[in-house]
Write a protein that binds this ligand. Structure first.
Ligand code: SF4
Length: 331
């Protein structure tokens, strides 16, 4: 175990469905190695939802894509484990991962509405997923597709409609119906409400929360919108510079952020009480992923930085239920 690795085994339970252990995803560019994800550790229990937050480029999406081996060259997983229901996914072949994707673990991608095939009706797009993973007749797959549409609040009378006949929110519902069509146990939601207006966003969150209960889903939800995370996630991991800075239950993290980056991130978000005040920005910029600072990655922007912060990467310690990587915090 590296010195900054979270001691994961401390909080594993028989209920754990996904364990990520010291995961590294590096991108090999001509200019150098981009350590997009650099040794992250967390776990998610069955029926639990983890929110991943952090500024753009902090590694949230890469971390989520690596779970289903969707990181494309020149990026690849260079270390660590992804244990799903007791089985390590990292050594799996592409064939094995294709069988798992959609069936056991599914993803709703960022800007998902653009991922629909514009020249294929939505019924066919749902049935394709079902037929790929299950030994069912075409008629049975179409019947299931109808139920899937009803499940996400779209009348099955629209089953032969094409994507251009739907609004952005309806297309997102279709994407969720495709992603859940084979009853996966684990769902990755990457910015599922981005680009939707406030009313449609609220409907989408309500749909996601209902589906989580109806289908007993375990999930990761990535969002830059802290209110979306607050409404959907049991716990939160704060990422910065490819690392996790803090993890805690959602309420506890929002009420009492311990890491200076978590404090800055939450402090920059307009409070619900303040109405629609503009999002403040955190002074400075995230580290260049090719050459991050040698010690704490937040050090150049941290108001509390000390000499040790420049020299040594902080250990992750547990305090009051939070896992925090900061030299200010001791257990
Ligand atoms: Fe700030 Fe040092 Fe903590 Fe990093 S380790 S967040 S620089 S106090």
């Amino acid at each position: 175990m590296t010195k900054h690795q979270t001691p994961n085994t401390e909080h594993q339970t028989p209920d754990t469905l996904l364990e990520i252990e010291n995961l590294k995803v590096h991108i090999f560019t001509k200019k150098g190695i981009v350590k997009a994800v650099d040794g992250i550790t967390f776990d998610i229990s069955r029926s639990e939802t983890l929110g991943l937050i952090g500024e753009s480029g902090c590694g949230k999406t890469t971390a989520a894509l690596s779970i289903i081996n969707l990181v494309r060259p020149p990026g690849r997983i260079t270390g660590g484990k992804i244990i799903f229901d007791g089985q390590d996914l990292v050594p799996m072949s592409n064939y094995e991962m294709r069988r798992l994707r959609g069936k056991e673990i599914s993803i709703v991608r960022q800007e998902a509405q653009n991922a629909l095939n514009p020249v294929m009706n939505i019924g066919k797009q749902i049935t394709e997923m079902i037929i790929e993973h299950e030994n069912v007749t075409k008629a049975a797959a179409w019947e299931r597709a109808r139920s899937q549409l009803n499940l996400v609040g779209i009348s099955d009378a629209r089953i032969r409609s094409y994507p251009h006949e739907f609004s952005g929110g309806m297309k997102q519902r279709v994407m969720i119906s495709i992603a859940t069509s084979c009853n996966p146990r684990f769902l990755i939601l990457d910015e599922p409400t981005t680009g939707l207006d406030v009313i449609v966003q609220r409907q989408m969150l309500s749909l996601i929360n209902n589906l989580k209960i109806k289908l007993s889903l375990t999930a990761i939800l990535i969002s830059h919108d802290l209110s979306v995370i607050a409404e959907t996630c049991d716990k939160v991991a704060v990422m910065y510079g490819g690392k996790i800075m803090e993890q805690a239950d959602t309420l506890s993290l929002y009420k009492n952020p311990m890491h200076p980056y978590s404090q800055a991130l939450i402090g920059a978000y307009p409070s619900l009480k303040e109405g629609k005040k503009a999002l403040k920005s955190i002074p400075g910029a995230p580290p260049r992923p090719i050459s991050p600072p040698p010690g704490c990655r937040f050090e150049p922007r941290c108001a509390y930085a000390m000499r040790i912060c420049r020299e040594e990467e902080p250990l992750t310690v547990r305090k009051e239920g939070h896992l925090v990587a900061c030299h200010l915090i001791s257990d």
